[in-house]
Write a protein that binds this ligand. Structure first.
Ligand code: SAJ
Length: 418
C-alpha cells in the first residue's frame, strides 16, 4: 500500500493551492483546507482566488476528477502540509498565529503514523515548537521516532517565484528539515512523489534558516544596487550604465535598483532573522532600511519634479510590487503612488494594466485608474515605478513630451531626474 495516500493542505493561497493541485495531479487524494469560505467557493466553482499562469486549468482538472476537494473543515489524512501566512506584527516580529491555529486543528484529527510538514516561512525553532505543541496536546502519540506509529514533523520551505509557480514547484531543489533524521527521510519520500529535482535532507532548524537566508541574500543584493543608485545620483552618473558596465566583469553581477523592495517575502523575511539575532544581523537590517528608504527617496524626487511644473498632469506607471504581476502586497510602487495621491489628489493618474479596480487605500484620494495611452496623451510628468512589459514597449516618439522619473531604468533615453 502506498505510504502517502491522502494529503491535507492547509491554506489555499499562493503556495497551498498550486501545491495541492500538483500533488493531486500525481494521483494522490488531496483535501485543500481554508478558513475563508469565499476562497473555497471560488475553487469549487472552477475558478482560482489568485492569478497564476496555467493554475486555473490544473485546478479545474483535479477538482473535476475528484483528486482535489476543498473544505473549511479539517479531516483525517496521511500528510498535513501547512502553507498559511506568517506576517509581521506591528513591531516587525513574526506572527505565528495562523500556523499555531492550524496545528491545533490538525491535532484534533491526527492519527498514528501521520506526517506534519510546515512550509510557511518561519523563524528558527518553529518546527520544534510545532512538534512540542502536538506532543503536549496528544500525549497518546509519539513524535519523531522510527516506528510506524510515530508522528513525523518536518520543515520544507517553498521557493517558487510568482508567475512561474507550477514549473518551479516541480523543478526546484527542495531542502527538507526533520525534527529527527527519520522525519526528514519520511518527508523526503513524500516530496519525491511530485518534485523532479533533488530533495535534500537536513534538520528543521537549518531548513528554517535556509529559507530566511535565501530571501535576506536577495534583499541585501538589491540593497547594494539601490545604494549604488543613490551614490550615482549624488555624483550625476547614470546608474544603469554603471551597472551594465560593471556586470561585464566576469565575477560581478549587480542586481537592478528600483523604488524599493516589495512582495510578501523579501520585504518581510529578513526581519525574522533580525528579530532572532538583533546584535549580529547588522547587514541584513541595514539592507532592509536601504530598500525601504528608496520609497521616500523616490517620493521626494517626484515631489520636486511636480513642484517645478505646477500645472502639469502626472501619471504613475505601475502599482504592482514587481513586473508583470497584479500583486500589490507590500508594493513600493503603490506606497509611492499613494503618497503622491494624498498630496496631489486627482492630479495624479494611475496606470496599472494588471488590475481593473484601485484598492480603497488609494482610491480614497480621488485618483483614477487610467489607460496607458490616455496617460501618455494627457500627462506631462511620468513617474515610472514598475517595469511591466507594456511600458517597455512604449517607443521614445510617444513619450518625448514627458518629464520622466524612471525608477526601473527602462526609459533611459528620456530620463530627466535620475
Ligand atoms: N527587485 C529589485 N531589483 C532586482 C530584483 C528584484 O528591485 O534586481 C525587487 C522587485 O521589484 C520586487 C522585489 O524585489 O519588488 C522582490 O521580487 P523578486 O522577484 O526578487 O522576488 P519574489 O518576492 O517574487 O520571490 C522571492 C523569491 N526568492 C528569491 O529569489 C531568493 C522566491 O524564490 C521565493 O519563493 C519567494 O520570494 C518567497 O515566497 O519567499
Amino acid at each position: 500500500m502506498p505510504e502517502f495516500q491522502t494529503v491535507a493542505v492547509i491554506g489555499m493561497g499562493y503556495i497551498g493551492l498550486p501545491t495541492a493541485a500538483v500533488i493531486a495531479s500525481r494521483g494522490i487524494q488531496v483535501i485543500g483546507i481554508d478558513n475563508n469560505e469565499c476562497v473555497i467557493k471560488t475553487i469549487v466553482s472552477g475558478a482560482i482566488p489568485i492569478p497564476e499562469p496555467d493554475l486555473d486549468g490544473l485546478v479545474q482538472k483535479v477538482v473535476s476528477n475528484g483528486a482535489l476537494r476543498v473544505s473549511t473543515e479539517f479531516e483525517r489524512a496521511d500528510v498535513f502540509l501547512i502553507a498559511v501566512p506568517t506576517p509581521l506584527d506591528g513591531d516587525k516580529r513574526p506572527d505565528l498565529g495562523c500556523v499555531m491555529k492550524a496545528v491545533d486543528r490538525i491535532v484534533e484529527v491526527l492519527s498514528p503514523g501521520n506526517l506534519v510538514i510546515l512550509e510557511s516561512t518561519s523563524p528558527v525553532g518553529t518546527t520544534e515548537e510545532v512538534a512540542a505543541r502536538i506532543a503536549k496536546q496528544r500525549p497518546d502519540l509519539t513524535i519523531g521516532g522510527s516506528d510506524k506509529a510515530a508522528i513525523g514533523v518536518a520543515y520544507c520551505p517553498e521557493r517558487v517565484l510568482p508567475g512561474r509557480i507550477l514549473s518551479e514547484l516541480v523543478n526546484n531543489d527542495r531542502c527538507i528539515g526533520g525534527v529527527t533524521p527519520h522525519c526528514a527521510r519520511r518527508a523526503q519520500r513524500f516530496y519525491r512523489l511530485f518534485v523532479r529535482a533533488p530533495c535534500i535532507a537536513t534538520n528543521s532548524r537549518a531548513a528554517e534558516m535556509v529559507k530566511l537566508a535565501e530571501n535576506a541574500y536577495r534583499d541585501a543584493n538589491i540593497a547594494f544596487a539601490n545604494e549604488v543608485s543613490l551614490i550615482c545620483d549624488r555624483h550625476g552618473i547614470n546608474v544603469w550604465e554603471v551597472i551594465d558596465l560593471a556586470n561585464r566583469h566576469p565575477r560581478v553581477k549587480i542586481l537592478q535598483p528600483g523604488p524599493g523592495v516589495g512582495g510578501h517575502c523579501i520585504a518581510v523575511d529578513p526581519w525574522f532573522i533580525v528579530n532572532s539575532a538583533p546584535d549580529i544581523a547588522k547587514l541584513i537590517r541595514t539592507s532592509r532600511e536601504i530598500n525601504d528608504g528608496k520609497i521616500d527617496y523616490v517620493f521626494q524626487q517626484a515631489v520636486q519634479l511636480i513642484e517645478e511644473h505646477p500645472y502639469a498632469s502626472v501619471a504613475c506607471f505601475g502599482l504592482a510590487f514587481k513586473a508583470n504581476v497584479d500583486d500589490l502586497r507590500e508594493s513600493p510602487a503603490l506606497q509611492i503612488a499613494r503618497k503622491l495621491c494624498a498630496r496631489y489628489g486627482s492630479r495624479i493618474k494611475l496606470v496599472e494594466p494588471h488590475i481593473r479596480e484601485l484598492p480603497p487605500s488609494i482610491s480614497e484620494f480621488g485618483a483614477a485608474l487610467t489607460d496607458l495611452d490616455e496617460a501618455i496623451r494627457t500627462c506631462e510628468i511620468a513617474i515610472l515605478l514598475v517595469d511591466h512589459n507594456e511600458f517597455k514597449t512604449v517607443p521614445l516618439g510617444e513619450r518625448r513630451h514627458l518629464s520622466v522619473i524612471d525608477t526601473r531604468g527602462i526609459w533611459q533615453d528620456m530620463t530627466a531626474a535620475l
